[in-house]
Write a protein that binds this ligand. Structure first.
Ligand code: SME
Length: 139
């Protein structure tokens, strides 16, 4: 639908903006839950294309956040056993769930080539970004 195209376009703009403006944000994407299929689908991203456009619930950092409804900050991806590597350059990652009307419908995922790139300030900022996106999705 036209509304979906507009949303996807605007999500891509958000990804581009974050990836361009914040030095340590090397890959930025939005995954959304796919109906009741218990999988995430990549809707928009900025950075290198990834093979992982579909992620089952429970798999990787993203799949874990789909079930936990909690922020997941990874200071060092090498120390994670349930992790899906998109690029050998990635050293740290953050995933913040996206809530619409209190329901976890997806997430923003950011990869960094720098270890320990994500602080509490990043979490707060990205929670705010998700709140803005959520308001657009509700509208
Ligand atoms: N590293 C993620 C997979 C998505 S890529 O970072 C784009 C994970 O472990 O879920």
């Amino acid at each position: 639908s036209q509304k979906n195209l507009d949303i996807n376009h605007r999500l891509t703009e958000v990804c581009d903006l974050l990836q361009t403006k914040v030095d340590t944000y090397d890959w930025v994407g939005f995954y959304f839950k796919n109906g009741d299929k218990r999988e995430l689908i990549l809707k928009a991203f900025a950075g290198e294309p990834t093979d992982h456009t579909i992620i089952p619930f429970g798999k990787g950092i993203c799949g874990q956040v789909a079930e936990s409804n909690q922020n997941f900050v990874v200071d060092d991806v090498a120390a994670q056993d349930n992790y899906i590597a998109c690029s050998i350059n990635v050293k740290s990652e953050v995933v913040i769930p996206l809530f619409v009307n209190g329901e976890n419908i997806g997430q923003i995922d950011i990869d960094s080539h720098t270890k320990q790139a994500f602080s509490k300030e990043d979490e707060d900022f990205l929670t705010w970004v998700n709140d803005q996106v959520s308001q657009q999705l509700e509208a």
